[in-house]
Design a protein around this ligand. Structure first.
Ligand code: CTP
Length: 449
């Protein structure tokens, strides 16, 4: 029996795929199709795939050509598969001519004619309207957002808002944005969606106004300053049929997603302890981060990412939360929070005026996961055991400033009319805001001298 293998993404399955699979099948008696996993596609820079891996597998199965479907997850897997499945022919479209010649050492490589005039990229472009995004606020993160947004197709920056018109104009000029304004309504009129990167205290009212005006919203962390506010906003988004997503960038990066699945699958046993730290010593105590009237402080600035990690790993049902803070000029320059769950404890350490190692350690009954500093830009982690020979290191790419992953998810939610993201569900985002709200109301806080 002659065995053939071929690989692809098979997004929005089309005639080109059908022709390729038919020809591949005709090369032998048994066809194995390797469908790329979502995370492998993201790693390869394919950020705009519409169908998820399960949908793509189903579509390939439905063609009737595949005798077996497998998932392709890593670079180098083709060599492993060819040997493991005892493959005679590796087949791929002629757009790849020459690129897989190295596999000739393991089996015969065949480049099959590619069908002209059709591709998933073309279909995605045809079915996709541009999302015109308005930028609300022109600070440091907004400046990083613009170049990252160019990596996501279907997203155009159409307007920028700042209450100070000169600042809006400068930002628009710097980034080549057509429209700028100091009037929110005007910004909404030019756009389908907004990215809110204004000071925290404006988030609630700006999200509310944007949703009332029928705009999808991606909002920087913290999305809101109390759980009630966050809940109101998610309820409003649901009522209006609009996407509301918290821009918790770590939650969207590929390495974090894999870490979470590994941790949840039990490779370190039951998770009993999560410790996440994040500190950033800022040069100038006149900055917004140190301004009480602008809701500055370590918790509002730094807690959302650490709490995201705790909540994704341990859930939202904690029974107690306590805080320990060092204050300066009305804001907490250091806070440690302890969350108690039935089955575990968590500890987050945050500093704007205190420096600490910014790592994440997840401890379980069989081992632990260490994400070294800066853990929130996850690109590497290590799974460790009592027997160090069993330790395993995982490396990933973290492209650019990493905001492209959340932008891609936001765009995908809008295109697919998907109202929530498994990367950070509304109830999880609400739980984060609720803990911040508890802290701000002074609940169970010890002030360090
Ligand atoms: N293929 C083909 N003819 C086309 C499109 C794809 O023969 N018009 C082949 C590719 O060469 C590959 C397989 O189908 O062997 C799966 O390719 P995939 O990358 O999933 O399809 P594309 O449509 O090329 O996707 P994209 O536009 O995202 O690159």
């Amino acid at each position: 029996m002659k065995k053939v293998i071929t690989y692809g993404t098979y997004d929005l399955l089309h005639q080109g795929h059908l022709n390729l699979l038919r020809r591949a099948k005709e090369l032998g008696d048994y066809l194995i199709v390797g469908v790329t996993s979502d995370s492998f596609d993201r790693e390869r820079g394919k950020l705009n795939v519409r169908n998820n891996v399960l949908e793509r597998i189903e579509a390939v199965k439905a063609t009737g050509y595949a005798d077996e479907v497998i998932i392709e997850e890593y670079v180098g897997q083709k060599i492993d598969d060819i040997q493991k499945y005892n493959i005679d022919y590796f087949a791929i479209g002629s757009d790849w001519t020459g690129q897989f010649d190295y596999l000739n050492e393991y089996c015969k490589v065949v480049y099959l004619p590619r069908t002209e005039g059709i591709s998933s990229t073309l279909l995605r472009a045809e079915s996709q309207r541009e999302i015109r995004v308005g930028i609300i606020g022109t600070g440091r993160i907004a400046n990083r957002f613009i170049p990252e947004s160019t990596c996501v197709s279907g997203v155009t920056i159409a307007s920028v808002f700042n209450p100070d018109l000169t600042e809006a104009e400068q930002f628009a000029h710097k980034h080549g944005i057509e429209h700028h304004t100091n009037n929110l309504e005007e910004c909404f009129n030019k756009t389908d969606a907004v990215y809110i990167a204004s000071p925290h205290i404006y988030h609630f009212s700006q999200i509310e106004q944007a949703l009332q005006s029928g705009k999808h919203v991606l909002c920087e962390i913290p999305l809101a300053l109390t759980g009630d506010e966050a809940k109101q906003l998610y309820d409003l988004a649901a009522k209006k049929g609009l996407v509301l997503l918290e821009a918790s960038k770590t939650a969207h990066c590929p390495a974090w997603s894999h870490l979470l699945s590994l941790a949840k699958s039990g490779i370190i046993g039951d998770i009993v302890d999560v410790k996440a730290s994040l500190s950033r010593l800022l040069p100038d105590t006149c900055m917004r981060e140190f301004d009480e009237s602008q809701a500055g402080g370590s918790v509002t600035e730094l807690a959302p990412l650490c709490l995201m990690a705790v909540i994704k790993l341990l859930g939202c049902n904690y029974s107690d939360v306590r805080f320990y803070s060092k204050m300066q000029g009305g804001v907490d320059i250091f806070t440690q929070a302890q969350l108690v769950f039935d089955h575990a404890v968590a500890n987050i350490t945050l500093g704007l005026g205190v420096k600490t190692e910014g790592n994440l350690v997840i401890s379980g009954t069989k081992g632990y996961i260490l994400v070294p500093s800066p853990w929130w830009l996850t690109n590497y982690f290590e799974v460790c055991y009592e027997d160090i020979n069993k330790n395993k290191k995982y490396f990933y790419s973290y492209d650019g400033d990493g905001l492209r992953y959340e932008i891609q998810e936001f765009a995908s939610m809008i295109f697919n009319k998907r109202m929530d993201s498994f990367r950070l569900y509304p109830n999880e985002s609400i739980a984060i805001a609720d803990i911040i709200g508890k802290y701000r109301s002074g609940s169970k806080t010890t002030i360090l001298k």
